[in-house]
Design a protein around this ligand. Structure first.
Ligand code: FES
Ligand SMILES: [Fe+2]
Length: 351
């Protein structure tokens, strides 16, 4: 059974998904209801009425309060019940849990662990997603697989060659060795793969307009447990940054994933692709949105299959790992340690 690192920030939704309609999301097995107050603040409450468990997400908003759709218990944004039907006295214990929320970089982050440990400054950043200098397309696909399978998948991009041929995969991805760096204290895994004189996959050929061979750099930064960033640089072969660091001859894409465990065997796969070129070109946006969604769905299908295989197998199956798995194995180690509670919350650096 997977155990989760609870005292961590996780993405529950995009900010654009949270409004004056009640949104249900389950994070680390906790059913949540999300909405925005009239002043625009995001609220996250437990999605179970204390009375008879009716989901608050299937109820209605009255101003900033949720009125339970079954018998009318009414909850304020802090989770406190402010009225019950048929009596004046509201029982002291009539309250649902409320969860700390941070809205940042287009995401709504929630903390479902011990709220005394929630530090908004510890939310990892993906600044491109809300930066007007970048153009972003994004989406979310639900996964019927445990979240560690998606972490494995994203930390080993050699699978692009086989699973995503015709989109982002070319022979060079699987052929080029990786470098891996692990910052155990910060819980960050970095995996780099720099390909020179490589084939340009359709994903980049069509979006950038580059013809011919390219230098293609993939630099992954995984901030355990939830945030994954792939710094992708594509340039015609031989175009290098100037001595002053100016790299405007290259095309930059920041591919961001937020990997949020929903239940033991289901995961929210939030994906975003931010670019610094063709920024106003709607056709490029539509192409990248469609291509990346297809790529994500290829992963979803493969991982859903793996989940079924794992669920059906007897205990004790021995995987075989090779060099390409170094980043994924480091991530597993960090996640296991975070879940075991051996580590102070991310960002403190303390042990
Ligand atoms: S279940 Fe919510 S008021 Fe009864
Ligand atoms: Fe993939």
């Amino acid at each position: 059974m997977t155990s989760f690192a609870r005292n961590q920030w996780y993405v529950a939704a995009y900010g654009r998904e949270v409004g004056r309609d009640l949104l249900a999301r389950t994070v680390l097995g906790e059913p949540l209801v999300l909405y925005r107050t009239e002043a625009g603040e995001v609220v996250a409450l437990a999605d179970r009425c204390v009375h008879r468990r009716f989901p608050l997400s299937e109820s209605r908003l009255d101003g900033d309060r949720i009125v339970c759709g079954y018998h009318g218990f009414t909850y304020a944004p802090d989770g406190g019940c402010v009225s019950v039907p048929g009596q004046k006295r509201v029982p002291r214990t009539a309250r649902v849990a409320s969860y700390p929320v941070v809205e940042q970089d287009s995401f709504v982050w929630v903390w479902v662990g011990d709220r005394a440990l929630a530090d908004p400054a510890g939310v990892p950043r993906a600044p491109w997603l809300a930066d007007p200098e970048w153009t972003t397309v994004s989406g979310m696909e639900p996964l019927d697989a445990r979240y560690c399978l998606l972490v494995d998948n994203l930390l080993d991009l050699s699978h692009e060659t086989y699973l995503h041929g015709g989109y982002i995969g070319t022979p060079e991805v699987a052929e080029t060795p990786i470098t891996t760096e692990v910052d155990e204290d910060a819980g960050i895994v970095r995996v780099g793969r720099h390909m020179h004189d490589a084939e340009c996959p359709p994903f980049y050929a069509r979006s950038t307009g580059v013809e011919g061979r390219i230098d293609r750099f993939q630099d992954i930064e995984y901030h355990a447990p939830c945030l994954y960033i792939l710094h992708s640089r594509v340039a015609p072969t031989g175009v290098t940054p100037g001595p002053d660091g100016d790299d405007s001859g290259a095309f930059h894409v920041e591919v961001v994933y937020a990997i949020t465990p929903s239940t033991e065997n289901t995961t929210y796969d939030f994906w975003a692709v931010a670019r610094d070129f063709a920024r106003d070109d709607e056709e490029v946006s539509a192409f990248l949105r469609e291509s990346n969604r297809t790529v994500v769905l290829q992963d979803v299908e493969a991982l859903n299959t793996l989940e079924k295989v794992i669920a059906a197998e007897p205990d004790g199956y021995q995987e075989l790992s090779i060099n390409i798995d170094t980043g994924g194995l480091a991530a597993r180690r960090i996640l296991a340690r975070l879940a075991a509670g051996e580590e102070a919350p991310a960002g403190t650096g303390a042990r």
